[in-house]
Design a protein around this ligand. Structure first.
Ligand code: PEP
Ligand code: MN
Length: 297
């Protein structure tokens, strides 16, 4: 499509591409970052899948999920041991497993042989989490915590930068630039829903901004992953939005998967179960073929 790009974005000027985020900006329309993490290709025809629970609840649970999602075709196991929970109160069920959870992720990685993506929220835990994480996840809530972005970037570990639910594309790319400027080139963007008045269900706090996928890809060479679980907060909508994400050009899909979604410790309305995940992998692969890509190895 040969359209001259005189107005790169609603709030992004041509000058911004040169002076505000020169490292995140594309150098030419074809420019796309391609790299590998643990043998999984990013920014190519392959569409990586990240799957797992919201929270690393227990050893048995994470080992079981690691085994099942890997068998169905997930490329990375996701799950938080350190969680940005919206309220400060904790119960036995609603409790982060922290250092212990990191050990269980390590065990899952070693026993099942699946790479790990997990969230880091505080600078002091970067060394610990970096021991197990193949990708450091920076959550929405930390997207503009600049000293923290710099500290994560300095590990030279691959980083997934989730978009804050109120951030413009300009702010998101500005945050990515803080990582790139440290010489860390393996940066993955993740759209996970934005805050708007109309989300079509009282329990859904966010709206998946699929439009940001082609919008970002017009401007940046970085891979753009879509997370329909956090965006919809509603299990029946995860599949259609995951398929739509693939159709609109997502460079990866993140999904919450739990053996017993209704009893998940956190956000029980959003995970899909093992069977739904395995069926969805096949459907995503079919849609990927329509756009010249693939999900299954
Ligand atoms: C998560 O992926 O578990 C998470 C907390 O996501 P977000 O930062 O997008 O809310
Ligand atoms: Mn979550």
């Amino acid at each position: 499509m040969a359209i001259e790009n005189k107005a790169p974005g609603k709030d992004i000027s041509a000058e911004d591409l040169l002076s505000k985020f020169p490292l995140a900006a594309k150098k030419s329309p074809e420019h796309k970052s391609e790299f590998e993490i643990c043998g999984v290709k990013f920014g190519s025809k392959k569409i990586p899948v990240f799957a797992g629970p919201n929270m690393v609840e227990s050893r048995d649970l994470i080992l079981d999920i690691a085994f099942k999602v890997k068998a169905s075709g997930a490329d990375f196991l996701r799950g938080g041991a350190f969680k940005p929970l919206s309220f400060p109160y904790r119960s036995e069920k609603y409790n982060e497993t922290r250092e212990e959870g990191i050990k269980w992720l390590m065990e899952s990685k070693e026993k099942i042989g699946i790479p790990i993506i997990t969230e880091v929220m505080e600078e002091k835990y970067i060394p610990l989490i970096s021991q197990v994480a193949d990708i450091l996840q920076i959550g929405s809530r930390n997207m503009q915590n600049y000293p923290f972005l710099t500290a994560c970037a300095k590990t030279q570990k691959p980083i997934m930068l989730k978009r804050h639910y109120g951030a413009s594309l300009r702010d998101w790319l500005g945050a990515a630039e803080y990582i790139l400027v440290e010489g860390n080139e393996k940066v993955i963007l993740c759209e996970r829903g934005v805050s708007v008045a109309h989300t079509h269900r009282s329990s859904s706090r966010f709206l998946l901004d699929l439009q940001v996928v082609p919008a970002a890809q017009e401007i940046t060479h970085l891979p753009v992953v879509v997370d329909p679980s956090h965006a919809t907060f509603w299990r029946p909508w995860v599949e259609p939005m995951a398929l739509a994400g693939i159709a609109c050009g997502a460079d990866g899909i993140m999904l919450e998967v739990h053996p017993d979604p209704a009893n998940a410790a956190v956000d029980p309305l959003q995970p899909i179960d093992y069977k739904e995940f395995s069926n969805l992998i096949s459907k995503m692969d079919s849609i990927a073929k329509c756009v010249g890509r693939y999900v299954k190895k």
